[in-house]
Structure formats: structure tokens, C-alpha cells
Ligand binder design. Structure first.
Ligand code: PMP
Length: 310
């Protein structure tokens, strides 16, 4: 009991000291209400918490505007559909919530995180609850990331290791089952690298939180779409823009050996845009600095996306 009281006191103090910093208190959205982050509540029986029974989206914000909101909304509807989960509100309402959170939290560069879970019927059960009586849980919050468009990490490029892909077979659904990707990121950090590419039956599937590419000459090579990878919103935009810029695009699988021999490599994601890769399993790519095609694609992507941002 003494231990419990001591640790709990420490916990309260820590929270109070966080609370003292006004920048730490975001306004978040939970099930219909805008509330301070430290007042936001969901049930301990929520299936997102108990079963990872939920999906999410991350939309980036540049100059206070949402990048490719429509792409994320379409993928969200698809993820929900694949899991027989209901949409808690309309896409227009979701857009309004995104914009309001960006406004009240004064986000210039950063992210809006959205999560929908199957909710809670007040107990734990493997069977899905009745959707008529159990409403999905909807949570959104912002993350401020000043300097995101011009990050030091993107100028340096990322060092990658490869790990076996042992995830489930529906990686096209953007679920919150992110334990293995988190472990992959930690395996990379442990050996002084930034991220991991996952490999299945000898071929790269994707990065822990991004799609993977190699470049040979003027050709960009990336794995084709299937249930094996997440259908990246940034991937779709970058491939379209690459074609518009007269680059060649080949959608096919590649191995780590082929990647090490390639001219360049990079990844794409909504939160890191186009990230050059400068090392794969200890082998330096080119001269060890971001390659020209990755740099150009990053510029084009940021320019074009900003023009259409809402
Ligand atoms: N693959 C995985 C496994 C991811 O987690 C992500 C980012 N969530 C991506 C690819 C990139 O997708 P997007 O461009 O839509 O962010």
C-alpha cells in the first residue's frame, strides 16, 4: 500500500508539472466533445485498448492546412468497411473537426491523429458487440512539429536495417496493431539506425511506418499494392507526381540485395513526406548523402501538396 501511495503521488506531481506548461495542454476531440487533453476519457473496456480493434489516420498540416485530407478520408472509410465497423460521423464533419483542432491548437506544421475503435459495451468479449447498441469511439488530437517540412532528419537521410516481416496478413487495413512496427523501430535504434524495412519471403514489404522505394537511373521501383502493405496516401501522390515529372515508375517487389546496389533509396509517409535513405544494413547508398531523385521528389511533393492543401 505504501508503495502504491508513493508511486501515485509521484505520478500526480509529474502530471501537475506537465500541466504547468501551457503548451502541453492541447484541446482534443473525444466522442463529440472538444476537451482539454487531461480531461479526455474513454472506457477501460474500449476494444481499441483491449483488442487493438481500431483504425487510424494521420494527416499532416503545413502552413496550418491539411495535406491530402480526401485521400486519408477515403482510406479511413475503406479500413472501417473491411472490419465491419461503422463511421461515427460524416466525412464533412471529420474535416470540420480536423480544422477546428488545427485552429484551436494553433498548429502551423504538425499532424492530426484520428482513431476510431469499435467502442465498448462495458465488458470484454472476443465477439464484436452489437453495432446498434455499441457506438464506435472517435478520438482526434494534434501534434505540433515545427520545422517538419525542412527537417534535419530529411537533410541527413535515414539509416535502415532489415528485419523479418512477421505482421498479420491484412496490412492494407490501417489498424492500431503497431507493436511489431514499434519493436522494429527499437531494433533499428539499438544499432544506431533510424528505421527498419521489413522483408517477407526475401522481398521488402515496407518500412515500419512508411512505404519503401529504390531508384535505378531514372526509374523508381516500389512494391505493388496488395494486402501485404499499407496503400500509402503519400505513395499514391508521389508516384503520380513522379510520372508527371517524366520519371519512370515500376511497381514490383525488390530484395535488400538489390536495394543495396541501387543508385538511391527512400521512403514515403504522411508525417515524413519523402525521406531519403542513405544506408541499408551497413552499406552506404551512393556517397552517403540524400540522392538527387529523392530530394527532387520531396520538393515536388511538398510544393504540389501545399497548393492543394485545405
Ligand atoms: N506503411 C505503413 C506500415 C505505415 O504505417 C505508413 C504510415 N502510416 C505508411 C506505409 C505510409 O502511409 P501514408 O503515406 O498514408 O502515411
Amino acid at each position: 500500500i505504501r508503495h502504491f501511495i508513493l508511486t501515485n503521488t509521484a505520478f500526480t506531481r509529474r502530471n501537475q508539472s506537465f500541466g504547468d506548461k501551457p503548451t502541453m495542454t492541447r484541446t482534443v476531440f473525444v466522442n463529440g466533445a472538444y476537451v482539454p487533453e487531461n480531461e479526455a476519457k474513454i472506457s477501460i473496456f474500449d476494444r481499441g485498448f483491449l483488442m487493438a480493434d481500431g483504425v487510424y489516420e494521420v494527416t499532416s498540416v503545413l502552413q496550418g492546412k491539411l495535406i491530402d485530407f480526401e485521400g486519408h478520408a477515403v482510406r479511413l472509410e475503406r479500413s472501417l468497411n473491411e472490419l465491419d465497423m461503422g463511421m461515427p460521423c460524416t466525412i464533412d464533419e471529420l474535416l470540420e473537426i480536423h480544422r477546428e483542432l488545427v485552429r484551436v491548437n494553433e498548429i502551423d506544421e504538425g499532424l492530426v491523429y484520428l482513431q476510431i475503435t469499435r467502442g465498448s459495451d462495458g465488458d470484454r468479449d472476443f465477439a464484436f458487440p452489437d453495432p446498434e447498441t455499441t457506438k464506435p469511439t472517435l478520438v482526434l488530437f494534434t501534434q505540433s512539429k515545427p520545422g517538419m517540412a525542412n527537417s534535419a532528419a530529411s537533410q541527413k537521410g535515414a539509416k535502415i536495417i532489415s528485419i523479418e516481416d512477421i505482421r498479420w496478413g491484412r496490412r492494407d487495413i490501417k489498424t492500431v496493431q503497431l507493436l511489431y512496427p514499434s519493436m522494429g523501430k527499437m531494433m533499428a535504434k539499438k544499432v544506431g539506425c533510424d528505421d527498419a524495412w521489413m522483408v517477407e519471403e526475401g522481398f521488402v514489404t515496407e518500412g515500419t511506418s512508411n512505404n519503401a522505394y529504390i531508384v535505378k537511373g531514372n526509374k523508381i521501383i516500389t512494391r505493388g499494392l496488395s494486402n501485404d502493405i499499407l496503400h500509402g496516401i503519400t505513395r499514391a501522390a508521389v508516384l503520380r507526381m513522379a510520372k508527371e515529372a517524366q520519371m519512370e515508375v515500376e511497381e514490383r517487389s525488390f530484395t535488400i540485395e538489390e536495394a543495396k546496389e541501387a543508385d538511391e533509396a527512400f521512403t514515403t509517409s504522411a508525417s515524413a513526406f519523402v525521406m531519403p535513405v542513405v544506408e541499408i544494413n551497413g552499406a552506404t547508398m551512393g556517397d552517403g548523402t540524400p540522392g538527387p531523385i529523392a530530394k527532387r521528389l520531396r520538393e515536388i511533393y511538398l510544393d504540389e501538396s501545399l497548393k492543394k492543401a485545405i
